[in-house]
Ligand binder design. Structure first.
Ligand code: PLP
Length: 386
């Protein structure tokens, strides 16, 4: 069988490979200069004062919630239309994910519904920039300020996106990114938290490294010598290696180019599908510039989406459903058992379909995707269920 075009994949070139090989020949495989350099460049790129890298985006979320001071029993407001990790990270700390529905016609949390979900136990609002489309972070920060809540923006999809002319990463208290191969840039596995707050930054550093500090000016006990270090809280080994950070530095140089290519493909797809009665194309406010992690069509609910997925697969076009609402996973039904409380997420879940979108997608592949999606949707429309 011919090769399936995946919904997403990494783009690596010889420069990336050379950067990694150089580290393999150097003195530091981890906790070395590449980590510091990647963090500096990432912070600059997104307009934040500090960046701390982590072994994954999930570890970055865990650390961000820890830095925000999440205590057992306290609540984290999340969208159900996100990767499970956004909610899972609250559970790691004994916190409670509280789902707030998405807005109609949007992939993102309904900002107007957030306030009603706030209780005296709410510690964090963690909105996801779904598909790389930034949430209305100014409005969310305003709500957070009113109730003294920390905002952790899950921008795993949104490195390279802009909100009101500034990069995503510069406005929330804490913003997390992921460097998984399908995301804007990759380090294999990897993630980061960015912040403008020096005390949050210190907590992130401790959490990443067993809760241990080697900085003499931060010691609680007496400095017993140049070899001395202190464990001050219970942290983890969530470090990203120099091997990975070298790849991150090299990939970050290509971020604009990657996002530009994603935008071009989105524009070609929009033109191809805008007038197709089977679909609704993605929409966003004009004050955001998405990073376009995913191209998500909403398939008319009178059509059989599974049949469409199967037909497309037969034609070599891979697709995916992003995401199963988190509350629907068996593990979560005990926490939030009633899908009917989320009518917009439910409608979205019935209709969403991600088709291939990544910087390395070739012209011939774009044509193939468009032709297959157009032909297969016509087959379904002709069956007359609409
Ligand atoms: C990918 C992703 C994560 C987790 O990142 P990993 O690097 O895979 O651990 C978290 N949230 C969202 C929305 C993601 O897409």
């Amino acid at each position: 069988m011919e090769k399936i075009i995946p919904y997403g994949r990494q783009y690596l070139d010889e420069e990336d490979i050379a950067a990694v090989v150089e580290v393999l020949r150097s003195d530091y495989l981890t906790t070395g200069p590449r980590v510091i350099e990647f963090e500096k460049r990432l912070a600059e790129k997104v307009g934040a004062r500090f960046a701390v890298t982590f072994s994954s985006g999930t570890a970055a979320l865990h650390a961000a919630y820890f830095a925000a001071g999440l205590k057992p029993g306290e609540e984290v407001i999340v969208s159900p239309i996100t990767f499970a990790a956004t909610a899972n990270a609250a559970l790691y700390l004994g916190g409670v994910p509280v789902f707030v529905d998405i807005a109609p016609g949007s992939f993102n949390i309904d900002v107007a519904a957030i306030e009603a979900a706030i209780t005296p136990r709410t510690r964090i609002i963690a909105p996801t920039d779904m598909a790389g489309i930034p949430v209305d972070i100014d409005s969310i920060m305003e709500i957070a300020q009113k109730y003294n809540i920390i905002v952790v923006e899950d921008a795993a999809h949104a490195l390279g996106a802009f909100y009101k002319g500034t990069p995503v990463g510069s406005r929330a208290h804490l913003t997390i990114f992921s460097f998984h191969p399908v995301k804007s840039i990759t380090t294999g596995e990897g993630g980061a938290v960015v912040t403008n707050d020096a005390s949050l930054y210190e907590r992130l550093l401790l959490f990443r490294n067993h809760g241990i500090t080697r900085s003499a000016q931060k010691f609680i006990n007496k400095n017993a010598g140049p070899w001395y270090y202190e464990m001050q809280l219970l942290g983890y080994n969530f470090r990203l290696t120099d091997i990975q950070c070298a790849l991150g530095i090299s990939q970050l140089k290509k971020l604009e180019q990657f996002i530009k290519r994603r935008k071009e493909i989105v524009s070609i797809y929009n033109d191809a599908f805008r007038n197709n009665p089977a679909f609704t194309i993605p929409a966003h406010s004009d004050y955001v510039e998405p990073a376009w992690h995913l191209y998500i069509l909403r398939v008319k609910s009178c059509l059989d989406r599974n049949k469409l997925i199967n037909l497309l697969f037969e034609q070599g076009v891979g697709t995916q459903v992003h995401y199963i609402p988190v509350y629907r996973h068996p593990y979560y039904t005990r926490i939030s058992p009633d899908p009917e409380a989320f009518p917009n997420a439910e409608a979205y879940y019935r209709e969403c379909l991600s088709i291939p979108l990544f910087p390395g997608l070739k012209e011939a592949e774009i044509d193939k995707v468009i032709n297959a999606v157009t032909a297969c949707s016509k087959i379904l429309m002709d069956q007359g269920n609409c």
